[in-house]
Design a protein around this ligand. Structure first.
Ligand SMILES: [Zn+2]
Length: 373
């Protein structure tokens, strides 16, 4: 039942369900894979099922334990995540004790959002790493008796953000596991975690989601239109988080902008091109990268349209795409897509942005109009 709330990840779900059926619970698990694919959602559902009074392979959703889990305030579940350092916080302090009221209220609000939607990413200002005091608190809690359940579960989000002191402290806990205590770690960056920690955890590799899985989730959970969902899914690299981010920024103006850019490049309208470059330099690298991918996506769709002639294709500016193909039937689209790859590679290497974009504009002009110098 509760597993239904997880997007995709069928292999991991099967693995966890089997673990629950056989009751072969390890002391620690490390859920790893790219950001935004549902690692913490999987960890939380697993924790919920472990604690559920029905003791089956899925959380029942109606017992006392499941009800308490709904608000993420279960007495046998402890969540650990990056927190800001408190005012005059000393080693051994309670990790929350010296935070301001405002910080505490942000944290409460973030946890409320996480409880409502396991795909929510907890974001707290100045929370750059997992504090040693949070791990000390975890150790203190592991030493206390369970309150009502068969297990005591600790979920550590963004485990790569433990600093050395915190990681070494956690390692000791992993080396001397206590019965009925389960640690669930999640990370986007396994390389940042001590190998001694990794080796003491059962590895749960989570893969990027498929485009179809993301499209379905965006339509059903976020109320997206199909064409929007499709564009966002293509740009998301298999990350639901990234797809939601694209939707939240509302990609429509960017879609128009990239097509305009292509038009100006092809027809060599320099004044308009420079205006776009001036606007682009003010944006984050991440957004520029996405902007370039959006252009690439449109050219890919143009290629499909040219090959299949299916004109009810649902994607952005499909009408303009048809006109574009009529005007430039021999455009070297494949090479144009490769030229954008090159531009993205240069962007990643921090090549001067106006140079990257003007070089791309010249390449596109030549490849699309087949103009020879
Ligand atoms: Zn239950």
């Amino acid at each position: 039942m509760a597993w239904n709330s997880i997007i995709g990840q069928e292999r991991v779900k099967r693995l966890l369900i089997k673990t629950l059926e056989q009751r072969t619970i390890a002391h620690a698990y490390l859920f790893y894979g790219p950001k935004g694919i549902g690692k913490s959602a999987l960890a939380l559902e697993f924790a919920k099922a472990l604690l559920c009074e029905a003791q089956s392979n899925d959380a029942c959703g109606s017992c006392k334990s499941c009800k308490q889990f709904e608000t993420l305030q279960h007495p046998d579940v402890h969540l650990v995540f990056p927190l800001p350092i408190g005012n005059n916080e000393k080693s051994g302090d309670d990790p929350y004790e010296r935070l301001t009221d405002e910080q505490l209220s942000t944290i409460r609000e973030q946890l409320r959002l996480k409880a409502r939607n396991y795909y929510h990413t907890i974001e707290i200002p100045k929370a750059n790493f997992i504090k040693i005091n949070s791990i000390r608190e975890l150790k203190k809690q592991t030493a206390l008796a369970r309150i009502q359940s068969r297990f005591k579960v600790f979920v550590i989000f963004e485990a790569e953000k433990m600093n050395t002191e915190a990681a070494n402290s956690l390692l000791k806990t992993l080396e001397e596991p206590l019965p009925n205590t389960v640690l669930l770690l999640t990370t986007n960056d396994r390389d940042q975690i001590l190998t001694t920690i990794i080796s003491r955890c059962q590895q749960v590799q989570c893969m990027p989601l498929s485009e179809d899985e993301i499209i379905k989730a965006l339509i059903e959970r976020d109320g997206c239109s199909e064409s929007h969902a499709r564009s966002a899914a293509r740009l998301s690299n298999g990350s639901y988080w990234q797809a939601q981010r694209i939707i939240a920024n509302d990609i429509e103006p960017y879609q128009t902008e990239v097509i305009n850019f292509l038009g100006y490049a092809v027809t060599r309208q320099w004044r308009e091109l420079i205006a776009i470059v001036d606007e682009l330099v003010t944006r984050e690298k991440y957004d520029i990268r996405q902007w370039l991918q959006l252009l690439q996506l449109w050219l890919r769709e143009a290629m499909v349209l040219r090959e299949t002639k299916i004109d009810n294709y649902s994607f952005f500016h499909a009408e303009r795409c048809k006109r574009f193909l009529e005007r430039y039937p021999n455009a070297r689209l494949n090479e144009a897509i490769t030229a954008i790859d090159r531009a993205i590679a240069h962007l990643d290497k921090n090549v001067y942005l106006p140079l990257v974009i003007t070089t791309l504009a010249l390449d596109l002009h030549q490849l699309i109009t087949d103009y020879q110098l």
